[in-house]
Design a protein around this ligand. Structure first.
Ligand SMILES: Nc1ncnc2c1ncn2[C@@H]1O[C@H](COP(=O)(O)OP(=O)(O)OP(=O)(O)O)[C@@H](O)[C@H]1O
Length: 284
């Protein structure tokens, strides 16, 4: 869910029932850690104003260049953790660091992409891709060169002058992906970016993203319901459990790179990882 408007309850003022006592003192992460989530809690106002612990004592260090996926049942706090990384919602307790700086709000070093990413309807595909570059003051010819390159990569060169209403959902997601790539963020935060697509387009776009990512090896955090997608794309998988949201498994996949996100699914190593996670989720 979109946590933009979320009102977090400070830990100290929350009902202490059901909330673990804080377990660690914050520390500044070391140099090669791109994202450091430290003993984070998120307590929302639930029914009748009662505090509800959505995320309990979650700690994650994401080394620079790692591709991390977060999976888990609906409502286990995946999006909430991503929103805290993005600085869209403050933790009730604990700290989040991006590139060694404590997160106090959204950062320009980060590209955030949602499941149904809204394009600006009055702008063409090309102008949507260039939007973030305009905000950063990139000159017009450099913007144009970058948007053309990215639209080509996502197979939309012929549609650069089309408006979002003239594009299919899959095409709009491609434009959104190109727009996220255009700003060349240090860190990608992806919340179900391929969820709204049919199976074939999804696979195509996953492959395109994998190719683009392989070029740059930027830090990426992907939240997804799709276990196969997580294993196919990521280096490391975090499985969350619900009530309260917490980490129940942290696993490196150790699958080879570069990889083909389609054929890797047939590798026995892929199936071992996918089955292990599937069985864990099923047993919860
Ligand atoms: N702003 C908010 N106010 C109150 N409760 C919230 C808020 N945002 C999230 N929650 C609750 O916190 C819990 C975790 O939500 P979150 O969206 O992070 O889960 P999720 O794992 O991403 O779920 P899904 O996979 O269904 O998107 C849910 O019970 C949700 O209802």
């Amino acid at each position: 869910m979109d946590g933009n408007s979320a009102k977090a309850i400070p830990y100290e003022s929350a009902d202490s029932s059901g909330v673990k006592s804080p377990s660690a003192v914050s520390r500044k992460p070391s140099g090669d850690i791109a994202i450091s989530v430290q003993n984070v809690f998120q307590i929302f106002k639930g029914h009748e104003g009662k505090p509800f612990t959505a995320v309990e004592d979650v700690s994650i260090d994401v080394p620079a260049g790692q591709f991390l996926a977060i999976v888990g049942p609906s409502g286990c706090g995946k999006t909430t953790v991503l929103n805290m990384m993005a600085g869209l919602v403050a933790p009730s307790k604990g700290q989040v660091y991006l590139n060694n700086e404590e997160v106090k709000g959204p950062s320009r070093s980060m590209g955030y992409m949602f499941a149904r990413d809204a394009l600006l309807p009055w702008r063409t595909a090309r102008d949507n891709v260039e939007f973030g570059l305009e905000l950063r003051g990139v000159p017009a010819d450099a913007r144009r060169a970058r948007s053309q390159k990215l639209l080509k990569l996502v197979g939309l060169s012929k549609f650069e002058n089309a408006y979002p209403s003239q594009l299919s959902q899959g095409m709009r997601q491609r434009v959104a992906l190109a727009r996220t790539m255009a700003i060349e963020p240090d860190i990608f935060l992806l919340d179900e970016p391929f969820a709204a697509l049919d199976a074939q387009t999804k696979l195509q776009l996953e492959s395109e993203f994998e190719l683009l990512w392989q070029d740059t090896h930027k830090t990426a955090v992907l939240v997804t319901h799709d276990l196969d997608e997580a294993v196919a794309l990521a280096d490391r998988i975090l499985v969350f459990g619900a009530n309260p949201g917490r980490i129940i498994l942290d696993r490196m996949t150790n699958l080879p790179r570069p990889r083909n996100v389609e054929s890797i699914r047939y590798m026995p190593e892929f199936q071992v990882v996918a089955r292990e996670i599937w069985e864990l989720l099923r047993s919860k």
